[in-house]
Design a protein around this ligand. Structure first.
Ligand SMILES: *[C@@H]1O[C@H](CO)[C@@H](O)[C@H](O)[C@H]1NC(C)=O
Ligand SMILES: *[C@@H]1O[C@H](CO)[C@@H](O)[C@H](O)[C@H]1NC(C)=O
Ligand SMILES: *[C@@H]1O[C@H](CO)[C@@H](O)[C@H](O)[C@H]1NC(C)=O
Ligand SMILES: *[C@@H]1O[C@H](CO)[C@@H](O)[C@H](O)[C@H]1NC(C)=O
Length: 443
């Protein structure tokens, strides 16, 4: 009996123990941290597929049409309308917020009532050649106003006169060849360079370094036309009347020329126009190869290295040749894309998917490539607190303002000195604003 009782008690204990173990197991099972990495990875890849699946060629076509139907040069009314439209669309897509943020940047427009042109005058001062004032309007765009005449944004104003010199692409090596091997001095000349190979702003910089008075840029068929293809609108080649627009700034990352390195807000200090960063000091003007043909066909002087020849039916000579007078391409239309570049918009769809996928991954990255510790360090070292530049052993709050005010009563140019104080205050204002932004809660 005693042994039986013992066995029963033992069995009871065993049952209780087993039950407790089972309950514990169940609790443990459900309470265990799920393998989040694995699950979110799968989820993420599902979301990514869903996201990529929403990119459709037909949508891209529709948006391209909507965004390019009318000219929308930066800073114009139409540009603002488009920005508002995009904001509206983004909110409709479900973004929590989409704000229009205002900046007051330096922009550059041509004088539409007196467009720029190039002309060649003979020895009596009579005009013998004059470049077109506008591009022929492509079919279907006859009623579109506000197409600006060809111009290079931020070109200096002016009417330089001088002999014409052909400088190939206007690269550094081209100028070396001209000066060292061919022996042409570009000082005081008007240069003509073909577009291509390097950024047009660098061509302008090189022309200024060479001492040029002005620069003409043109698109040579060798660089802008494929063989056997007709000019637009019959094909996708650039027509002779098409001139490439585009800015000729050398900003080196400065942003707005008058507020280099800082956002162009109302509180930002602005440089005067003549001190602006990257603004060329010479007039620059773009023309099409139709006009370039007439300038190049009569040029004299040295003949060219073989690889400097373009594809116009002229002999291509370096000059110096003439006497000149100075006073985005219209053809990149929606129809150009629709009829020639990417008729089914499949390429655009593919590119959008790649870019969208990249953005998607980055948006979900656990670690963003931004280290706020480094930012804080740089901030405190350079703007809010720093060793004084006048006393190595002392530190200063807002050192920029301190330095600018240092001995200001004895400044040789009080106006310039006080300008520097204003600039430093604007730097501090920007920094405080930017720091405040990092403290704002996300979304
Ligand atoms: C454009 O040129 C005309 C004629 O020379 C001149 O009267 C006008 O002031 C110029 N406009 C601008 C914005 O410079
Ligand atoms: C341009 O306007 C004229 C006159 O209003 C009209 O007859 C013509 O069809 C319009 N052209 C285009 C391409 O809209
Ligand atoms: C080019 O010409 C200018 C003036 O015409 C002269 O000052 C300069 O020294 C010349 N440069 C060279 C490399 O000969
Ligand atoms: C090039 O110009 C020459 C002389 O003007 C002309 O005889 C020739 O037919 C032209 N060639 C082509 C391909 O247009």
């Amino acid at each position: 009996m005693g042994a039986k009782k013992k066995l029963v008690r033992w069995l009871q204990w065993f049952t209780v123990f087993a039950l407790l173990f089972f309950v514990g197991f169940i609790i443990g099972w459900f309470a265990r941290p799920t393998d989040t990495r694995h699950q979110t990875h799968e989820q993420k890849s599902d979301f990514l597929q869903e996201f990529l699946g929403e990119i459709h060629a037909t949508n891209i076509r529709q948006y391209l049409w909507k965004l390019t139907r009318l000219p929308h040069l930066a800073g114009t009314e139409q540009n603002l309308r488009l920005a508002e439209q995009i904001q509206e669309d983004w909110l409709k897509f479900g973004l929590d917020s989409a704000r229009l943020v205002w900046y007051d940047v330096l922009l550059s427009y041509p004088n539409t009532t007196r467009p720029n042109f190039i002309c060649v005058v003979d020895q009596h001062g009579d005009e013998v050649i004059r470049s077109s004032l506008a591009e022929p309007v492509p079919e279907g765009y006859e009623n579109v106003s506000e197409i600006v005449p060809p111009y290079n944004a931020f070109s200096a104003p002016g009417q330089p006169e001088g002999e014409l010199v052909y400088v190939n692409y206007g690269r550094t090596e081209d100028f070396f060849k001209l000066q060292r091997e061919i022996g042409v001095n570009c000082t005081g000349k008007i240069l003509i360079a073909r577009y291509g190979k390097i950024f047009r702003g660098n061509k302008v910089k090189n022309a200024i370094l060479a001492g040029a008075k002005g620069l003409i840029l043109y698109s040579d068929p060798a660089d802008y036309c494929a063989e056997g293809v007709k000019p637009y609108p019959e094909g996708w080649n650039l027509p002779g009347g098409g001139a490439q627009r585009g800015n000729v700034l050398n900003l080196n990352g400065a942003g707005d020329p008058l507020t280099p390195g800082y956002p162009a807000k109302e509180y930002t200090y602005r440089l005067s126009l003549d001190k602006g960063v990257g603004l060329p000091k010479i007039p620059v003007h773009p023309i099409g190869y139709g006009d370039a043909f007439h300038l190049l066909k009569n040029m004299g002087g040295a003949s060219l290295p073989p690889d400097w020849k373009g594809a116009l039916n002229v002999s291509y000579r370096i000059g110096p040749g003439f006497i000149g007078d100075f006073a985005q391409n219209v053809y990149e239309t929606f129809e150009l894309v629709e009829h020639f570049y990417d008729p089914a918009f499949r390429r655009m769809e593919a590119v959008t998917r790649v870019r969208g996928g990249l953005a998607f991954r980055l948006a979900d990255a656990a670690v963003l490539p931004l280290d706020c510790n480094e930012y804080a360090l740089a901030l405190s070292q350079h703007v809010v607190f720093a060793p004084s530049s006048h006393n190595k052993y002392a530190g200063e709050s807002f050192p920029g303002i301190y330095d600018a005010l240092f001995d200001i009563e004895n400044a040789e140019q009080p106006e310039a000195a006080w300008s520097e104080v204003k600039r430093q205050i604007s730097v501090a204002a920007f920094t405080v604003n930017a720091a405040a932004d990092t403290l704002r809660p996300v979304a």
